[in-house]
Ligand binder design. Structure first.
Ligand code: SAH
Length: 397
């Protein structure tokens, strides 16, 4: 007698799951058991009733997210096992150091925990659910975190899922501290920088951890440069540019809230630094008004233009337009760091959009580096969709 309701697939639809792909699309399902509710844990069977996996059910296009290919329960010990494996990897990656306390602990499918993101900021964990199943299991996740981390290394657990749950939720019913919350330290360290992280009101879990290594690369190029950090958010790239010896750094973002934390971040690391200035403006408007040749190092890190598959055409146009605007203005001998975090776009599609921009600009553009997400955002070999961050570093004559 099994605890979980069973979902049976249509004939032949077990192929992808046999290759360990963790998603089952709704069209693959033969029939749903009676009384099945959003977020329920289910056992998945092939049409000949062979066991395939256990997962969370969601009444959407991705109908089941496989949590395990073993016939097991998704309970406290399951979460503890998965989270301790994820923690061991971050230790192995040497991301938990005296000078680095910001890292992604759990990256969804890449850590065998579809629907779950956990970002660490010092002694604070920010937990984010992207599925109802994870939302309902959040107390188990808290328990697992507390078993994996020694108490002095984990003092607060903040739950931030209002914007990512598949159903409409009230922020009061979802977001808040599941543990701790009093006397908290709201700064943490990345490669020696102290950054203030606003996990309660900031975007995503509060910080874009995925750019850590790309920021280090930018630092190498910054010496003597006048830098434009477009879509700067709280100034991650700007801090690295300043440390790298930039002459001047302009941070541009449409969010004045993000910019003011960016100002704080500059002050935290450099005191009063007159090389840095913030501009609350729209990216396209700002770029139009930039004098030709003013900047010789630029970063373009826009929000995802393609939020879903099917929206790719407009997104590609958007990337093309943005990159063209930057290429038209960058100084000769300039270096452009350009990114896309749209999961729905492939690496090649993004590169083609940048290629089109280069061709229209008519400038000599050379590709120096091809960038991606860091190792604490691992990609399961069986789930290529987990690769989302794409970056190109261009040298423009
Ligand atoms: N590079 C940042 C992350 C950028 S996230 C980092 O390393 O932390 C994308 C940013 O783009 C967000 O801060 C958002 O406020 C900003 N943004 C969105 N639309 C914009 C627009 N039209 N013009 C300027 N900024 C915009």
């Amino acid at each position: 007698m099994h605890l979980y309701k069973e979902i049976v697939l249509r004939p032949g639809k077990e192929e992808s799951i046999k290759r360990f792909h963790p998603w089952i699309f709704s069209g693959a399902i033969a029939s749903l058991p009676e009384g099945l509710k959003e977020g329920d844990t289910v056992r998945l069977l092939s049409s000949d009733r062979t066991f395939l996996g256990v997962g969370h059910y969601q009444p959407s296009s991705i109908a089941v997210r496989i949590m395990s290919f073993q016939d097991q329960r998704v309970d406290a010990s399951y979460y503890k096992q998965q989270i301790s494996t994820a923690y061991a990897l971050r230790l192995r990656l040497r991301l938990i150091r005296d000078d680095n306390t910001i890292y992604r602990l759990v990256h969804g499918e890449g850590d065998g925990l579809p629907g779950l993101i956990i970002d660490m900021y010092g002694v604070t964990a920010v937990v984010q659910a992207h599925s109802a199943g994870i939302h309902f299991d959040r107390e188990l996740i808290v328990q697992a975190l507390q078993e994996v981390y020694p108490p002095e290394k984990l003092k607060h657990i903040y739950y931030k899922s209002e914007g990512t749950l598949p159903f409409k939720a009230n922020i009061e019913d979802t977001d808040g501290y599941l543990f701790g919350g009093k006397e908290r330290e709201e700064t943490a360290l990345e490669n020696g920088f102290r950054f203030r992280i606003d996990w309660e009101k900031g975007q995503k879990t509060g910080f874009f951890i995925d750019q850590r290594e790309n920021r280090l690369l930018l630092e190498q190029y910054a010496s003597g440069c006048t830098v434009l950090n477009m879509f700067s958010y709280t100034g991650g790239f700007s801090a690295y540019a300043l440390r790298g010896g930039a002459i001047a750094v302009d941070s541009v973002d449409s969010s004045s809230k993000a910019l003011s934390i960016g100002e704080e971040n500059v002050a935290l690391n450099f005191g009063k630094d007159t090389r840095h200035a913030s501009h609350a403006e729209d990216a396209f408007k700002f770029l139009r008004e930039v004098p030709d040749g003013k900047y010789d190092l630029m970063v373009l890190d826009p929000p995802a233009f393609a939020k879903r598959r099917g929206a790719t055409r407009n997104a590609l146009q958007g990337y093309k337009k943005l990159n063209l605007a930057a290429m038209n203005k960058i100084a000769s001998g300039g270096v452009l760091f350009t990114f896309s975090c749209s999961q729905a776009l492939t690496r090649d599609q993004f590169r083609m959009a940048v290629f089109s921009a280069a061709a229209i600009s008519g400038r000599n553009v050379r590709l120096l580096h091809q960038l991606t997400q860091p190792a604490d955002h691992p990609i399961s070999m069986y789930h290529p969709e987990g690769e989302y961050l794409k970056g190109l570093v261009l040298y423009i004559d």
